[in-house]
Design a protein around this ligand. Structure first.
Ligand code: IPE
Ligand code: IPE
Ligand code: MG
Length: 239
């Protein structure tokens, strides 16, 4: 597999969608779909390095997902906490570095503590980088970055004329993460839903009809093989 690694995207971001529909189709509660979805995350993280993918960013909970029922929101938050606790050992052993992006201030303090704990615990790992977006919205992230920069202008004498792309990138939650090369959305929806609005400026997009709980490493590999034959131009005229 490593022979295809040269044309693999380094960083893949995934909008993992379709958990609710997957469960509903089977007559099960939506949370069963989320639980199955969490298992898929583990399988994809494990498969990524062999497919040449060093960075994975997954959208787990958007700033708009608070609109869902209390039961679903609480269930999802519990799943995030359990995932961190249950996978800590394996991630440490397998060299997974885990990070989070999004506005943490609205999350339960216990979950915030767990997030901080696993980030610290895995901070020396280099095999694969897993970033999970929780209470994440691209607009919210850019708004918070604007606040940080405005404060630096007011309090630290930052010259507004010197603010450039790099300054803005450096003020985002993703300041230590490269931009995604490829964004995948599952479940057949073809919208961006507030994910990585700044960072995905030149990403390729792939939309898969597969519902996230059915998303296997084989499906992932097939999508990546399509990426390998694309020509990225970045505004130029190509070859
Ligand atoms: C994605 O699955 C997971 C989250 C948004 C938390 P959904 O829960 O959106 O599943 P559908 O789109 O309702 O099927
Ligand atoms: C996007 O999925 C958010 C996550 C996958 C966490 P949604 O299901 O919330 O998006 P919409 O509502 O269909 O746009
Ligand atoms: Mg959805």
């Amino acid at each position: 597999m490593s022979s295809s690694a040269s044309s693999s995207p380094q960083h893949v971001a995934i909008i993992m969608d379709g958990n609710g529909r997957w469960a509903t189709q089977k007559g099960w509660p939506r949370l069963v779909g989320h639980r199955k979805g969490a298992e898929r995350v583990k399988a994809i993280v494990r498969a990524a390095p062999d497919l040449g993918v060093k960075w994975l960013t997954i959208y787990a909970f958007s700033t708009e997902n608070w609109k869902r029922s209390t039961e679903e929101v609480i269930g999802l938050m519990g799943l995030f906490a359990r995932y961190i606790q249950r996978e800590a050992e394996d991630m440490s052993r397998e060299g997974v570095r885990m990070r989070f992006i999004g506005d943490r201030s609205r999350l339960d303090p216990k979950l915030q503590d767990l997030m901080h704990w696993i980030e610290e615990r895995t901070s020396g790992n280099t095999h694969v980088n897993l970033t999970v977006a929780i209470n994440y919205g691209g607009r919210n992230e850019l708004t918070r970055a604007a606040q940080v920069l405005a404060r630096r202008v007011a309090e630290e004498g930052l010259d507004p004329a010197t603010i450039d792309d790099e300054t803005v990138s450096g003020a985002l939650d993703t300041h230590d993460i490269p931009d995604p090369d490829l964004v995948i959305r599952t479940s057949g929806e073809t919208r961006v839903s507030n994910f990585l609005l700044w960072q995905a400026a030149y990403a390729e997009f792939e939309f898969s009809p597969v519902l996230w709980p059915d998303f296997t490493p084989e499906v992932f590999a097939e999508i990546l093989s399509r990426y390998g034959v694309r020509e990225r131009r970045f505004g130029g005229v190509g070859t």
